[in-house]
Write a protein that binds this ligand. Structure first.
Ligand code: GTR
Length: 312
């Protein structure tokens, strides 16, 4: 947080917001909107400076910086957050949420409140849940069935659940920062990656890995968060402003997201990507048994898992 005295009668504080995506991506548009609205709602007392494109470092280091209070705000996906907060690990579980609507029914309700408490206790005050969509695999060679993924080097985020998921498919997980995946494809260091369609398109990965295997294996959220260090220094009135505007930005992001998914499919199809849908999800779900067994036994996750499974 940079405190600067302004020439006017009130103090102005500049906050730094970290974001991984580039201009035009739904997350970026929503956090830019957030910055503008915060300036308006606080009559300029707070200015949010948005650093997009991971210009302040990759996502795992930004998570550590925010936790330490060296960053004020950020938009993170659930994978690096779950590394910092084991209580929310189920948010990356394969085939848990059917789709974003199912996920938000839980996140906008009691479970969301519980996740927010867990996150706050670890240094992250949630201002809004954004959509991370449904993730699928994409590869440099055709994938028509699950067994075609076996033996492939698959780029994943550095996260326990994603690692286990790929190992359960008999593939080799490769940790590559998001911004380096393109180079890893170009240099032949990976055969596949997995992501949602807007990221597949916005990163240009679709030009290098044309074969999409539509599995929707993880439907997960992202979150706009503030460091709890900053949150606890705010007045109750300012907390209300930061949270209310955060919730509005999340609604805005979710609308933009749905449009962007459709747009990404059109762009990648027109450029020659091929899509094959997994015919029998049951086969992949059965492969995930080691993960379900593990997290059903883990005291940090089993209650939440049961709650979601009971309300499918
Ligand atoms: C994207 C997500 C990013 C990052 C990326 C990745 O979908 O929005 O925050 O997590 O995936 O795979 O590294």
């Amino acid at each position: 947080m940079l405190g600067c005295s302004s020439v006017s009668s009130f103090a102005q504080t500049t906050l730094r917001l970290w974001n991984i995506h580039g201009e035009g991506y739904p997350v970026t548009t929503a956090v830019n909107w957030y910055a503008e609205q915060i300036a308006k709602a606080t009559q300029g007392r707070y200015q949010v400076q948005v650093f997009s494109n991971a210009s302040l470092g990759d996502q795992p280091s930004a998570v550590a910086m925010l936790k330490a209070g060296d960053l004020d705000l950020a938009e993170f996906s659930s994978a690096p957050l779950t590394e910092a907060v084991p209580g929310i690990k189920v948010l990356n579980m394969p085939f848990l949420f059917h789709d974003s609507a199912h996920m938000f029914r839980h996140l906008d309700g009691h479970l969301g409140e519980q996740f927010e408490k867990d996150l706050a206790a670890s240094g992250f005050a949630v201002l809004g849940w954004y959509d991370g969509g449904a993730r699928s695999f994409y590869c440099t060679s055709p994938v028509l069935r699950i067994n075609d993924l076996a033996g492939k080097r698959i780029r994943v985020q550095k996260s326990e659940v994603y690692t286990e998921l790929v190992v359960a498919l008999k593939s080799t997980p490769q940790y590559v920062p998001f911004k380096e995946v393109q180079t890893a494809f170009q240099e032949g260091k990976i055969d596949c990656a997995e992501n949602n369609m807007p990221s597949y398109e916005s990163t240009g990965h679709f030009r290098l890995a044309k074969h999409v295997y539509l599995t929707d294996h993880v439907v997960s959220p992202e979150a706009l968060v503030m460091s709890t260090k900053l949150w606890s220094s705010l007045s109750p009135a300012d907390r209300t402003i930061f949270k209310d505007v955060g919730l509005q930005s999340a609604r805005y992001m979710r609308e933009l997201w749905n449009k962007r998914v459709a747009q990404a499919l059109t762009i990648t199809t027109e450029s020659g990507s091929t899509f094959s849908r997994m015919n029998d999800p049951g086969i992949m779900i059965r492969r995930m048994a080691p993960l379900y067994n593990k997290y059903m036994k883990d005291p940090a996750t089993y209650k939440v898992l049961l709650t979601i499974i009971a309300d499918k």
